[in-house]
Design a protein around this ligand. Structure first.
Ligand code: SF4
Length: 62
């Protein structure tokens, strides 16, 4: 499973980074970016929480 951030709708609130720092970080544009590889097994629950918490619904998990 991989996580993706839609930079077209992300507002850079950093909520996902605070909830799941193993997967999300802020890029040079102050928008969130997800790691390239698979979501680590032990970060999956936090990643799902970040997805559900994103105020602009910018995170997808596939
Ligand atoms: S929670 Fe959503 S809007 Fe906020 S930084 Fe993360 S992806 Fe962007």
């Amino acid at each position: 499973m991989k996580a993706y951030v839609d930079k077209g709708t992300c507002i850079g609130c950093e909520l996902c980074v605070n909830i799941c720092p193993d997967v999300f970080s802020m890029d040079d544009d102050d928008l969130a970016v997800a790691i390239d590889g698979d979501i680590p097994e032990d970060a999956m629950a936090e990643c799902e929480e970040a997805k559900e918490s994103c105020p602009t619904d910018s995170i997808s998990i596939e």
